[in-house]
Design a protein around this ligand. Structure first.
Ligand code: COA
Length: 172
């Protein structure tokens, strides 16, 4: 599907910074400085991908690897992938781009770092994103009250790794 439509997912490069910042500001209330994007890219380039349509950047995912308590076990320390930010421009939604960005970034970071889980925070009202994460096998873990600047609650969602074969091949 992706080939026919001239969509392509590839590694972020610093030349994409302006496009990614524009997509972030258009699609999400959580905005970051250039340094924040660049620092994550330089630390975890495998987890920072963009989606292009005919050469134009229309979506991105940015992840990092963290060492901390498992979202599943009690006080077990583990290496986990944190999905920091993901967005796709509205004209290019429902084409599987976010699903591909997520699976490709998770696979690449897992391959390099051998992570045992992946987690993220999502606004409790963000049904499209929650549906996407559920479809990829994420489960609801806990709610963090007043997490966002406007005081909306965050739902923490997580799943164990690795991704199953069926998810990997579907996204490829
Ligand atoms: N309503 C219901 N389910 C949805 C949905 C929607 N609007 N958007 C995605 N999904 C679910 C569906 O199950 C979908 O599969 P389907 O199209 O076969 O039914 C699946 O997720 C995969 O969707 P995909 O096409 O890969 O997602 P996308 O490229 O449209 O991007 C977001 C999804 C959430 C990244 C996009 O809507 C977005 O950029 N939103 C604004 C930014 C944002 O909220 N980011 C997440 C912050 S945590």
């Amino acid at each position: 599907m992706m080939g026919e439509l001239a969509y392509k997912v590839r590694r972020f490069s610093e030349a994409d910074l302006e496009s990614v910042i524009k997509i972030n500001r258009t699609c999400l209330p959580e905005n970051y400085s250039s340094n924040f994007f660049i620092d994550i890219y330089r630390s975890y380039p495998e987890g920072f991908l963009v989606a292009e349509y005919n050469g134009e950047v229309v979506g991105y995912i940015m992840c990092r690897v963290e060492f901390g308590f498992s979202e599943f076990g009690r006080f077990r320390l583990t290496k986990k992938i944190h999905v920091v930010s993901i967005a796709v421009m509205v004209q290019h939604r429902r084409k599987g781009l976010a699903k591909t960005l997520l699976t490709e970034a998770i696979k690449a970071l897992d391959r390099k770092y051998g992570c045992s889980e992946v987690f993220l925070e999502v606004r409790v009202s963000n049904q499209p994103a929650i549906n996407l994460y559920r479809k990829l096998g994420f489960r609801d873990i806990r709610v963090i009250h007043h997490y966002y600047i406007d005081s909306e609650d965050a739902l923490v969602m997580a799943r164990k790794l690795p991704l199953e074969e069926d998810l990997e091949s579907e996204a490829g």
